[in-house]
Design a protein. Structure first.
Length: 343
């Protein structure tokens, strides 16, 4: 209905919902799509113009409309326009979501197929190694028995021991390495878990990087040297295992420096005397080594160059320093020194 009172009633009364039949403003034809939540808009005058009604008569009818009716008609038209925009955005988001889901499924299948191929190749190589081991062991035992002369019976226990070792080796390989074979063939192999602080290899970056943080949208922020970049998780080629430290003597412990702290990447010594700065540089380098940093920056300023020369002398003698040089202009120029640490 076009009765204004009913539209207001439907908008203000609990349990009642306005509804309207869709209408195409360009063709002036109904779309036969029921829309709930908004009252219908009146298109009588537009249809009359489309059917050839005299313009003067249409304008006279428009003047007879009260200000309230015209304002409400404009409001309803604007409401329908915005509802159509929202519907369009919802449709686009739904399509994008479906496309992302399809891409994710495709990447998962590709990852599973690649891992399955790697496991098959590993299994084939293990079989070759085992066969080669058995053949060489048999040949060696038979040669020793032949040289001993008349002691061929003694080779029997040795051959049985070889067969036992081969069987045990195969079982160990299948248990520790090939345990995911059936799972990968079914396409269910899980992708490597990327966590903050993990060391990873990334496409296009030669040295290993460290994950600083996980971001929205499947992105992560990684740090390689002084370079910090945001990349998709799909660019991670490999998650490297945590490096195990050497065994310490009894009653000896140590705490590593924070892995994701700026204090292990840079130190600022501007304004300090040489006797104050050098102990801090030594401690800074020790922390950087514990944090597995590949390079660090020491900011000493320009000044008279006394502090810079003292730091250079220390770095030249330090056992953990591979090399050092003045920073590039965008990193501080001669007022800073870049130090590359031994791996």
């Amino acid at each position: 209905t076009h009765l204004l009172a009913l539209k207001i009633y439907g908008a203000n009364t609990p349990g009642v919902v306005n509804g309207s039949m869709g209408f195409d403003d360009l063709t002036l034809e109904p779309t036969y799509i029921l829309k709930l939540g908004a009252p219908g808009k009146s298109a009588g005058l537009e249809i009359a113009r489309h059917l050839g009604m005299p313009e003067a008569l249409i304008e006279q009818a428009r003047q007879r409309l009260g200000t309230r009716e015209r304002d409400i008609a404009q409001f309803v038209s604007e409401l329908h326009r915005r509802l159509e925009e929202v519907s369009g955005l919802e449709r686009q988001l739904r399509e994008q979501k479906e496309a992302l889901a399809a891409k994710q499924e495709s990447l998962t299948r590709e990852w599973a197929a690649r891992e399955s191929a790697k496991l098959k190749e590993l299994e084939r190589r293990c079989d070759l190694v085992l066969e080669k081991f058995e053949a060489q062991a048999r040949e060696t035992i038979e040669r020793i028995a032949a040289e001993a002369g008349g002691q061929r019976k003694a080779a029997g226990p040795a051959l049985r021991q070889v067969a036992k070792l081969k069987r045990e080796l195969r079982e160990e390989v299948e248990t520790t390495v090939l345990s995911t074979r059936d799972e990968s063939r079914q396409g269910e192999l899980a992708r490597p878990q990327i966590t903050e602080g993990a060391r990873v290899r990334v496409k296009g970056i030669r040295e290993p990087a460290r994950v600083r943080r996980k971001l929205a949208g499947g992105l992560i922020e990684v740090e390689a040297g002084f370079m910090k970049v945001q990349i998709p998780e799909d660019d991670v080629v490999e998650v490297l295992p945590a490096t195990a430290g050497a065994a310490l003597p009894r009653h000896v412990t140590f705490d590593t420096a924070p892995l994701d702290s700026g204090s292990v990447r840079e130190i600022n010594l501007i304004g300090q005397r040489v006797d104050e700065a050098l102990p801090q540089v030594e401690k800074f380098l020790d922390n950087a080594m514990l944090a597995d940093a590949s390079s660090v920056r020491i900011v000493h300023g320009h000044g008279m160059g006394i502090l810079r020369r003292a730091i250079a002398e220390l770095l030249a003698k330090h056992p953990n320093v591979e090399k050092f040089h003045a920073a590039e202009q965008n990193e501080g120029g001669a007022g800073a020194t870049i130090v590359e640490l031994k791996g």
